[in-house]
Design a protein around this ligand. Sequence first.
Ligand SMILES: [Zn+2]
Length: 262
Amino acid sequence: MHFVHSPIRSAYINYMVNYYMTVISTKKVKIYFGDATDIIQPAPYAHTDHGSSSHILTLAPYNKLTTYLPLQNLLFLQQTHSTTGYTIKQDAPLPSPFSLIGDFLITDKPHCGIGVLAADCMPIAYYDGAHNIIALAHAGWRGSVNNIAQKTLQQMMRDCGTRPQDCTVWLGPSAQSCCYQVGPEWVDSMPEHIEEYVTKRDNSWYFDMPKLICAQLLAGGITPQAIQLDCHACTMCNNSMYHSHRSHKERAGRQMTVMCLE
Ligand SMILES: [Zn+2]
């Protein structure tokens, strides 16, 4: 099964690089949703203290990025499936890339790229058009069950005065309910309300992470029409074009999502 973009499904999409890698471009904000051509492979010798392997960011994808995004800086995180993140204010000193530990970044700084790396986890990109604030979160099952979608929004509200009704939110590619199989012991270990987001087919259980994240965003005050799904392909169905941790196991690479303000 292939996710197919209709030519124009959103006024925000100015151009599509191909069916998978997508660049969203408005006057104020640019978002790059990458694919398997982002050559970010696990470094087998490098493991962080948090048990997850660290990744080498080669120059090739960075050069590619700068053709689409007006970047002066580029920050990634040491992602840990947490629900914590950082707000990088325009007048504060910039941290060094990969120095911060967490799973979301918020900034008001023009030309400062904020990025997450994922392979089945979902990148969630926020834009507050009233205050010109961007945020980018990384959500796997832990992050989504622990509501990183709303926690990112709450930090935007607290640190930047964001109002949910002013935000547009793009959901990036991730594992979806067609493929995201979970075991019965996983289902049993979840809080009760998560059952609503698990479906049973052919004696197997499947987690609908995008549905959970949408519900959390709506409960947080994001309007339904502000949730953009154009870039929302299943990384497992399309695992020849996306890095997919569940499909490729330990040799899975990571695709980048990077956004910045003009
Ligand atoms: Zn799928």
